[in-house]
Design a protein around this ligand. Structure first.
Ligand code: ATP
Length: 260
């Protein structure tokens, strides 16, 4: 890969960071007092890791994920994707990089309301130049795995919230992105739907894809191999779940106990 200055980007090893953030800060200025959503985050996610970010409502988890996906800009701090610094990327460049290397699922599903389920899922693949036949096959497999076979011709407005959420997940995964950023991908799902999402994420993880997931759901978090507890805009705890035994990397305290 070539950098903007023409030099070759440093070669990354198999477990080197696919995503790195340093000193990220983001404050939202709304109607009332400023919300200090992200207050200095350093983070490195290695290739193939499955990271769950968990923590109380309002802790800043979604804001952090938006920063990591380039959907919001930090007030300060830097982000690297595959060793490439994103500080100077324009909106257009972020959009291209998201199409190439990021799958994103956010709480509001952002489906195109006048496209069918099938077209919504196939669209990112077609935009990325995948042949239509392969896009169709990939879409059919994903929808079947998510319990949505038979819904291909439905419009998003005809689906339940949980069904729309799974369509959004299928759409984020159709290009087999090396890195998936997902905010509460099972937030509206019952336990069967949550199991289907867990199964799919585990399969992607086993295939070597990297997942960063925000969730309140301890079951989903327990499928990860690293759990970050986010509290008051900061990483409070960062634990590898190694065969079920958390081993702490660093942190203030064990804010959340996710396992017995
Ligand atoms: N666009 C915005 N404008 C103003 N304030 C915002 C905005 N987005 C988030 N906030 C505020 O920033 C803080 C962090 O919000 P954020 O959504 O990142 O938290 P969260 O941990 O994801 O919460 P939840 O688990 O409830 O989704 C909150 O106080 C929230 O009200």
């Amino acid at each position: 890969m070539l950098r903007a200055d023409g030099a070759a980007a440093p070669k990354e090893g198999p477990r080197s960071p696919v995503l790195r953030a340093e000193g990220l800060v983001k404050t939202h200025y709304g109607e009332g007092a400023p919300a200090y959503a992200v207050r200095g985050v350093d983070l490195a996610v290695r290739q193939g890791e499955f990271v769950a970010i968990t923590g109380p409502s309002g802790a800043g988890k979604s804001t952090l994920l938006h920063l990591l996906g380039g959907l919001q800009r930090p007030d300060s701090g830097s982000i690297w994707l595959d060793g490439e610094c994103a500080d100077k990327w324009s909106e257009a460049r972020w959009a291209v990089e998201r199409r190439k290397r990021l799958g994103i699922v956010f709480q509001f599903f952002n489906l195109v309301s006048d496209l069918s389920v099938a077209d919504n899922v196939e669209l990112p693949a077609l935009l990325a130049g995948v042949p239509p036949k392969r896009a169709r096959a990939e879409r059919a497999e994903l929808l079947a795995e998510l319990g949505l076979a038979g819904k291909e011709r439905s419009m998003p407005g005809e689906l339940s919230g949980g069904e729309q959420q799974r369509v959004a997940l299928a759409r984020a995964l159709v290009n087999r992105p090396p890195l998936l950023l997902a905010d509460e991908p099972a937030g509206s799902l019952d336990s069967k739907g949550t199991r289907e999402v867990m199964r799919l994420l585990s399969r992607f993880h086993q295939r070597g894809q990297t997942i960063v997931l925000v969730t309140h759901d301890a079951r989903l978090a327990s499928a990860a191999d690293r759990v970050i507890s986010f509290f008051d805009g900061r990483i409070a705890d960062d634990a590898e779940l190694d065969g079920g035994t958390p081993s702490r990397r660093a942190g203030i305290s064990g804010v959340l106990e996710l396992r017995d």
